[in-house]
Ligand binder design. Structure first.
Ligand SMILES: NC(=O)c1ccc[n+]([C@@H]2O[C@H](COP(=O)([O-])OP(=O)(O)OC[C@H]3O[C@@H](n4cnc5c(N)ncnc54)[C@H](OP(=O)(O)O)[C@@H]3O)[C@@H](O)[C@H]2O)c1
Length: 318
């Protein structure tokens, strides 16, 4: 049974991934969290909780050694800790290889899955893919400011392939369940529904185009990648994970219709806010390689037809 440690495993993506790995029946799942209060829920879900902050290198190292972890998956929001996590994982991987060498033995590399996002492509004028350069002069556009550090971190992860079996997955915007990120657009819809009013103000440009993917489909993409970490991901283990691309205008129109709001909509721009800027890209990403290399197919591709269900799930989770 491969032993998989999920950093940030209590989050939107982490929870879906942990459940998906467990349901597959052939994994032992360890979930890292900063919050001791989440310990009980993790145990109740048949997983092992490991409570430590992501910046605690000694605790991460100890977790990898104590439980002989085979694969580490970073699905955390610990952006500040990304480098220190990678350093620790590589250091453990090197120590394992040295220990094997002392025994004259060969063994598998430690697995490392890093979660990036399609925001590294920015708002390219032309169609891009996971084969397109990001974060340098060769790229079609610059990454969203909030994730401008990410392309170089992706490069740092890829540079460790002598020691790690690694893959980088770049999901589009996640929807489904408590998809917290939809709050920027559905928050104003919910407020207008509750209090009434004439106009819906959305903090984005009207030209915003969103690459969407259901959280369960992202979890299945991660699982497919984890299952193939042992050398079956080809020369370029980087995958954009997108199911469909929809204009924000259609998303808002579909949502207001689904909840029975008759209102005009003002797209008021992002006002220089870096989070809103990241949410308000004009995405233009094709994601066919993950289908051919990993055999992944998203099961949800009808976001607009079911937007009422997703909105209701989001609202109920608030
Ligand atoms: N959501 C999306 O649409 C989307 C799209 C593309 C890429 N991604 C990437 O996927 C990863 C996971 O996203 P997510 O939406 O699942 O995130 P999330 O729900 O916010 O969960 C991430 C988890 O990270 C942990 N964490 C560690 N340090 C943190 C910090 N400084 N601030 C906040 N949380 C921290 C938290 O767990 P504890 O509190 O239990 O420690 C949290 O539950 C991120 O790297 C994100 O950039 C997300």
């Amino acid at each position: 049974m491969p032993k998989i440690l999920i950093l940030g495993g209590t989050g939107l993506l982490g929870t879906a991934l942990a459940q998906s790995l467990l349901r597959a029946g052939n994994n032992t799942v360890f979930v890292q969290t900063r919050a001791a209060s989440k310990r009980g829920a993790i145990v109740a879900a048949e997983m092992t909780p490991l409570v430590f902050p992501l910046e605690d290198k000694a605790a991460l190292r100890s977790a990898l050694d104590t439980y002989n972890i085979d694969t580490v998956v970073d699905v955390s929001q610990g952006y500040q800790q990304a480098t220190s996590i990678l350093e620790t994982v590589v250091s453990v991987a090197k120590d394992r290889q040295a220990a094997l060498a002392r025994e004259g033995a060969i063994g598998p590399k430690l697995g490392f899955v890093y979660t990036s996002g399609i925001m590294v492509h920015g708002s390219p004028a032309e169609r891009v893919s996971d084969l397109s350069p990001v974060g340098n002069k060769l790229a079609s556009d610059k990454p969203a400011t909030m994730v401008s550090w990410r392309p170089s971190h992706e490069q740092a992860v890829l540079a460790c392939r002598d020691f790690l079996n690694t893959v980088i997955l770049r999901p589009g915007m996640l929807y489904g369940r408590n998809a917290w990120n939809f709050g920027v657009w559905w928050g104003p819809v919910s407020a207008l529904k509750a209090k009434g009013g004439e106009k819906l103000s959305i903090s984005a440009d009207k030209s915003t185009r969103v690459c969407l993917v259901h959280v369960d489909d992202v979890a299945s993409a991660f699982r497919a990648a984890i299952d193939r970490l042992d050398g079956r991901l080809g020369d370029w283990p980087v995958f954009d994970v997108v199911a469909e691309t929809i204009s924000l205008e259609s998303i808002i129109e579909g949502t207001t219709e689904a909840v029975g709001l008759k209102t005009s909509v003002d797209f008021i721009g992002t006002g220089g806010d870096v989070f809103l800027e990241a949410m308000g890209l004009r995405a233009n990403v094709g994601s066919s390689r993950i289908r051919t290399v990993l055999g992944w197919e998203p099961r949800r591709r009808d976001f607009l037809l079911n937007v009422g269900t997703y909105y209701a799930a989001w609202e109920a989770a608030q």
